[in-house]
Design a protein around this ligand. Structure first.
Ligand SMILES: NC(=O)c1ccc[n+]([C@@H]2O[C@H](COP(=O)([O-])OP(=O)(O)OC[C@H]3O[C@@H](n4cnc5c(N)ncnc54)[C@H](O)[C@@H]3O)[C@@H](O)[C@H]2O)c1
Length: 311
């Protein structure tokens, strides 16, 4: 098996949840963790490596971008984080400035890596990274609505009393307030929601409640405990596995979209095929008219932000 190396930028709650998840799942042979606060990164790595006797052998080090040479993937979780009540989009220019300094250095040392952006607002930061890096389009992606999609499937499965892996459903668009639940495509064993039971399995009111819980999950968790980290750590691990194991897995990562569903030149999430090349292709999804309008609205919101940032 070929060596699998990743660099995680940002040793905060999200970066370390990603690191811990990948460590215990044996995803990598080598992991480099960098942070502007080097002392924190060293402390986090010390804490992590003391668990290595209990997991698959993995080389883990705290380092600089230079130690990332040879990385297959660079996972960017660095940046300012959402404050209670703050929208993801409000973070934007603060993080753009951080990325302006960071991305050219990352590309200098890791020119062949796939860039996986997790920092928020993730769709904007993915677009910014694409522009700043000059890398091929498919090699820059964001975690997008992979987490929101997992939340959606979890809540639907809980309601339907099924294993969430057997519930197929997608959240698309912005990872944020304008995200879109694709109700028309929710299915179990190919059977749409409307045909699942004798009567209405999920009345409209219930559907709205489920989507509200998906959309507001981050706000509520941040309000209660200050950050979200475990589920995004697991979601990121799945994306990394899809890339490193060349899985052709369909995931709602955020990537560059041009001339699709009336969307032009921005990054957002649509079901996409992810493999060793990064985003190999974005799938065509037939949406109902309401979903299409909602997706276009999501794109419009993102495009307005992109028009306002100074790159
Ligand atoms: N995409 C998603 O689904 C998702 C989910 C949760 C959180 N997030 C986002 O992930 C990001 C990180 O969240 P967190 O809770 O880990 O925050 P955090 O504050 O705990 O960690 C951020 C880390 O980035 C570091 N950092 C800041 N500037 C840096 C730089 N220039 N170079 C290197 N490191 C730098 C900080 O020192 C800190 O350790 C936030 O933007 C958050 O909104 C995204």
């Amino acid at each position: 098996m070929s060596l699998r190396k990743a660099m995680i930028v940002g040793a905060g709650q999200v970066g370390m949840a990603c690191a811990y998840s990948m460590l215990i799942q044996g995803t990598l042979n080598e992991m480099v963790i960098t942070d502007i606060n080097q002392s924190k990164a060293i402390g986090e790595v010390m804490d992590l490596v003391h668990g290595i006797p209990f997991v698959q052998p993995t080389k883990v080090q705290a380092g600089t971008f230079a130690d990332g040479v040879g990385a297959d993937i660079v996972i960017i979780t660095a940046g300012a984080k959402q404050q209670p009540g703050e929208s993801r989009l409000a973070l934007v220019q603060r993080n753009v400035e951080i990325f302006k300094a960071m991305i050219p250095e990352i590309v200098r040392y890791c020119p062949d890596a796939v860039l996986l952006i997790v920092s928020n607002p993730v769709d904007i930061m993915t677009y910014v990274s694409l522009k700043l890096s000059g890398l091929p389009l498919g090699r820059v992606m964001g975690s997008g609505t992979v987490l929101d999609t997992a939340r959606f499937r979890y809540l639907l499965a809980d309601e339907l009393q099924l294993d969430s892996r057997s519930v197929h459903a997608y959240i698309i668009g912005e990872h944020g307030d304008s995200e879109v639940p694709v109700w028309s495509k929710v299915n179990v064993a190919g059977t749409p929601l409307s045909e699942l039971g004798d009567g209405e399995v999920l009345p409209l009111v219930k559907q709205q409640q489920i989507f509200d819980r998906v959309k507001n999950a981050a706000y509520e968790i941040i309000q209660r405990k200050g950050a979200t980290c475990y589920a995004i750590g697991l979601a990121t691990t799945q994306i990394v596995e899809a890339i490193l194991r060349n899985q052709n897995r369909v995931l709602t990562v955020s990537s560059w979209v041009y001339d699709r569903h009336g969307l032009v030149d921005l990054c957002l999430s649509l079901p996409s095929v992810v493999n060793r090349q990064g985003v190999e292709r974005v799938l065509d999804l037939s949406l109902d008219p309401i979903e299409l309008v909602q997706l276009q609205n999501s794109g419009k919101i993102l495009r307005q932000i992109l028009d306002q940032i100074a790159l």
